[in-house]
Write a protein that binds this ligand. Structure first.
Ligand code: HEC
Ligand code: HEC
Length: 309
């Protein structure tokens, strides 16, 4: 900021704050000096002055403040005036040093950019599987992950209700470097339509069929009835075997891994809910926020998670 007077407050409120701040300092200073007494010598009759307060016949003497105490007050006043000249504090007056939280923050960001840009550019040249094995790069990448992805995918990357686990081998959109890059650069929108119109009976049959696909406890007769509906309605996206389709983000329904299993919910209830209401998971495109260089690095981090146990 090269203008000493910023413009964040209207000039009336700015003036108001200046008057109150300086007024408070002036009144405190005046109080300090006006009430200052230096003599503590008794008068002709040998009485010392008292405040007039007394309790149990003990009187309160009106002795002057100790000198060091008084001087501390004076130093405080001088400090506050000095501070208000140098730093922002008086309304819109920015202080002669031109310091501000924003400029301090901007400087830090600029310094970080200067330091990291060449490093990121260098990493960008390295293919993802190789970069994923570079420990130093993965430390930087983990920071990017924690700052930008952990809110949704969890600090351990194991996901949660509606947010895919990035550490397992079950991929909605594929786990190869180019799949991960596409997920990050463009974002993803999973669209599972609602099947309310099939009616509750069909929904129950389909639910039992999907449970059977994962070898979970199910009603045999209903599952058998559900099979033909699955082949005509669901197979187009989830494949006839139910193993899913990464180009659509249609999950594998055969591996007992559920994106939409709420804590405490049974798998059957989760499937019923999916079929009744549909699902629409949304992953925002990350390149717009963090740039393609950081995307490349954090994609390698996601890729590296398969090496840990
Ligand atoms: C606002 C929440 C949100 C943020 C932030 C977010 N994601 Fe996602 N991400 C999702 C959701 C939701 C999906 C699943 C989309 C779907 O259901 O189709 C997803 C999908 C993915 C996938 C595809 C997973 C698969 O199984 O194919 C990857 C990889 C991924 N995210 C990585 C990241 C990384 C890395 C970051 C940080 C740079 C990030 N995400 C930030 C919500 C988020
Ligand atoms: C148009 C393609 C499409 C069709 C048709 C479709 N699905 Fe889906 N299904 C998806 C997608 C995409 C998702 C993931 C949604 C998301 O990521 O938010 C999904 C999710 C699901 C889930 C949730 C899985 C989990 O991990 O929680 C179940 C269960 C499911 N589908 C079953 C079915 C059944 C049964 C049918 C037939 C009635 C069906 N789907 C038809 C695309 C489809």
């Amino acid at each position: 900021m090269n203008n000493l007077w910023g413009d964040s407050l209207s000039s009336f409120w700015s003036a108001w704050i200046i008057v109150i701040t300086l007024g408070t300092i002036a009144i405190s200073t005046w109080l300090l000096f006006a009430n200052r007494r230096t003599d503590k010598t008794p008068d002709a009759e040998g009485n010392v002055e008292t405040t007039g307060h007394a309790a149990d016949e003990i009187e309160e003497y009106d002795n002057p403040l100790p000198k060091w105490w008084f001087q501390l007050f004076v130093a405080t006043v001088i400090f506050s005036i000095g501070y208000l000249i140098l730093y922002p504090g008086l309304g819109n007056f920015a202080g002669v040093l031109g310091w501000s939280q924003e400029s301090q923050w901007e400087e830090e960001v600029e310094r970080a950019e200067e330091r990291f840009t060449p490093i990121f550019a260098q990493y960008q040249e390295v293919p993802i599987p190789e970069l994923a094995k570079n420990q130093e790069a993965m430390q930087v990448a983990e920071r990017i992950y924690q700052n930008n992805c952990a809110v949704c995918h969890g600090s351990n990357a194991q996901g949660g209700y509606g947010f895919p686990n990035l550490t397992d081998d079950d991929w909605l959109y594929g786990g190869e470097p180019e799949n991960i890059l596409t997920s990050l650069n463009n974002g993803r929108n999973g669209l599972m339509p609602s099947w309310q119109q099939l009616g509750e009976n069909n929904i129950e049959n389909l639910t039992q069929y999907v449970l059977a696909l994962s070898d979970l406890e199910h009603d045999e007769a209903r599952a058998e009835q559900g099979e033909s509906t699955f082949m005509s309605v669901c197979a187009a996206c989830h494949t006839p075997q139910g193993t899913g389709n990464t180009s659509l983000g249609a999950p594998d329904l055969t591996n007992d891994t559920w994106l939409y299993l709420a804590p405490g919910q049974t798998v059957a209830d989760s499937i019923r809910q999916t079929l009744r209401n549909g699902r629409n998971g949304h992953m925002p495109a990350q390149a717009a926020y963090i740039g393609e260089e950081r995307v490349h690095l954090v994609a390698a981090y996601v890729y590296s998670l398969r090496f840990d146990d």
